[in-house]
Write a protein that binds this ligand. Structure first.
Ligand code: UDP
Length: 382
């Protein structure tokens, strides 16, 4: 290829694809409209406290994918970190994800694993077959009381709608355990990049064939100067929102500082709907190998994403699905563009999956270039 390749977005998708193409000898230009790389996993040190802050909210790296784990470790040392989330409900603090400790705390019992399993099964709604909605999934697997205390209010705040309108897949992210394992994730590998995600992404981008330009808006007319475009921005944004806007939730963070240890853990959720925020993140607990007297915390509020807000979570309710199909059709008519990542394919993606898909997409595209064939329109079908 004589012309360079343009990548829109310097987040995980763009950086990984860019690096793979650069390694294969292609000249790659990566632009991002923000003043920093690393997308929503951007981290930076807070000057007042010295703490590494997850600027767009908590990002914990966890995966079962050995290749992806090796990939991130090749660009930054990962330090041991296990996410242990707590939740406040009523005037009490409980352990998450729902585990034997949570069940015994909540019901004031001393059940052993088998007893707890039988007890929770007795609370399950027998009328629910294969759960389709978030609410059915919860009522089937933890029963009404735990659902009400931990999931109903939180989910209303997080998604701005009834859990009865959300898909079961959102709750399936969380396990229910009948032992005292309070690790939030069930993956083999988990950790935090020693110097933050932004440094890690800088390492991925550090290649002689890659040029990065920040604070650069993408325009479709620019695409003509490039052999191919990998677009990791919002799918609807690529088309100037001409068919309407795909729904997202955005987050607002209210930072506050504290002398000492504010809450004793990295993430404290708030299950009660009356409390307007969903969780408080105390960032210094994401770096347990560092020592900080001072602390910075973020109160996290979720709301509908407006035109000038940062999109976080794709909503994907039935209305969005219809609009999404129309944009997918529009995308198929474009030439020489591949839509990638969370925003480009409008999916709720964890970081490890994002990297896996980026590696696979780069491989497929390099094979297509070698064979003189067209590159895929999407990293993965939306
Ligand atoms: N959730 C909840 N209560 C909690 C934690 C999570 O109801 O205390 C629900 C909520 O709907 C959330 C989903 O479970 O969107 C997935 O949670 P996860 O912690 O994976 O969300 P993320 O950290 O990606 O925002």
């Amino acid at each position: 290829m004589t012309k360079p390749i343009l990548i829109v977005g310097a987040g995980l998708s763009g950086a990984v694809i860019g690096r793979e193409l650069a390694e294969a000898g292609h000249a790659v230009k990566i632009i991002d409209r923000r003043p920093h790389i690393a997308g929503n996993c951007h981290t930076e040190r807070d000057e007042a406290t010295g703490v590494m802050v997850h600027v767009y909210g908590p990002h914990i790296f966890h995966t079962n994918d050995e290749e992806v784990w090796a990939y991130v470790n090749a660009h930054m040392r990962f330090m041991p970190y296990v996410n242990r989330v707590k939740t406040t409900s009523g005037d009490k603090v409980y352990s998450l994800p729902v585990n034997l400790h949570t069940i015994n705390q909540f019901f004031g019992k001393t059940l052993r694993p088998d007893e707890a399993k039988a007890f929770i099964a007795s609370l399950s709604d027998p009328a629910i077959g294969e759960p389709v909605t978030f609410e059915d999934q919860a009522l089937k697997f933890v029963g009404r009381d735990l659902y009400g205390a931990f999931f109903e209010g939180y989910t209303r705040k997080q998604w701005g709608c009834s859990p009865a309108d959300l898909p079961a897949s959102i709750l399936k992210r969380l396990p229910v355990r009948f032992n005292y394992d309070d690790n939030y994730f069930a993956h083999r590998f988990q950790g935090m990049p020693e110097h933050g995600y932004t440094e890690m992404v800088a390492g991925i981008l550090d290649h002689g064939n890659i040029e990065v330009e920040l604070k650069q808006e993408f325009s479709r007319t620019e695409a003509a100067n490039f052999a191919h475009v990998f677009y990791s921005g919002p799918l609807d944004g690529y088309f100037g929102y001409e068919l309407g806007r795909l729904g997202y939730r955005t987050l607002d963070f209210e930072p506050f500082r504290y002398e000492g240890d504010y809450q004793g853990c990295a993430v404290m959720n708030y299950g009660d709907v009356e409390i307007p925020y969903t969780r408080i993140t105390e960032h210094k607990h994401f770096s347990p190998w560092e020592d900080h007297e001072k602390s910075i915390c973020y109160r996290e509020f979720s709301r509908e994403c407006g035109p000038s807000d940062t999109p976080y979570y794709p909503i994907r309710l039935s209305g969005e699905q219809a609009l999404l199909s129309q944009y997918v059709e529009r995308a198929r008519q474009e030439k020489d563009v591949t839509f990638v990542g969370r925003l480009g394919t409008y999916r709720y993606l964890d970081m490890d999956v994002t990297i896996r898909e980026a590696l696979d997409t780069a491989k497929a595209c390099l094979a297509a270039i070698a064979a003189g064939e067209a590159m895929p329109v999407f990293s993965v079908e939306p």
